[in-house]
Design a protein around this ligand. Sequence first.
Ligand code: FNR
Length: 187
Amino acid sequence: STYKVGYLIGSLSADSLNRKLANALIRVAPSDLEFVEIEIKDLPLYNSDLDDDYPPAGVALKEAIAAVQALLFVTPEYNRSIPGALKNAIDWASRPWGKNSFNHVPAAVIGASPGAIGTALAQQSLRGVLSYCNARQMTSPEAYIQVTPGLITDDGEITKPDTEKFLTEFMQEFRDHTCRVLTVLPR
Ligand code: FNR
């Protein structure tokens, strides 16, 4: 069967490295994964006063997550942590209390940076947040992607065979992880 994967990009930048990485991941993914972007750029800042009357962007976010079977987070690292825009989206989706959109959802995290640490600390921080939100995360492999100029073209072609192989395997593992989780926790 085919799995619908929603992907969230932690950067709002038009020429985001992480958007390029997401395009690359989609290109090398197994053919039984279908991808839809879950956009975070139009969300206002989370405010619990609105829990009884979610703004349209918050409702749309929760519906988009409910419509997919797995989530892929592709994020930069900002000041050694999660970009505020992504954390904000997670906060919206996790609420109102008792209606956490992440409960039991298969998920994976990955990220790209020009720096050598390759978003390791942002991902560690994101993993902690997603654990609390009770997402079913793929714990291995981890993928800390240092993007050097030309590594990924604008349309997501990976120019280095080793990296292409690694990302291909990452996506195969994500598919297998999703399949295992959905066997016990169908959605
Ligand atoms: C960064 N950058 C960065 N890089 C990193 O590896 N670790 C970090 O902690 C930070 N911190 C940081 C903070 C802020 C506010 C900005 C704007 C940038 C650099 C970052 O990796 C680089 O700008 C990437 O290109 C951002 O990802 P996108 O937007 O290209 O996907």
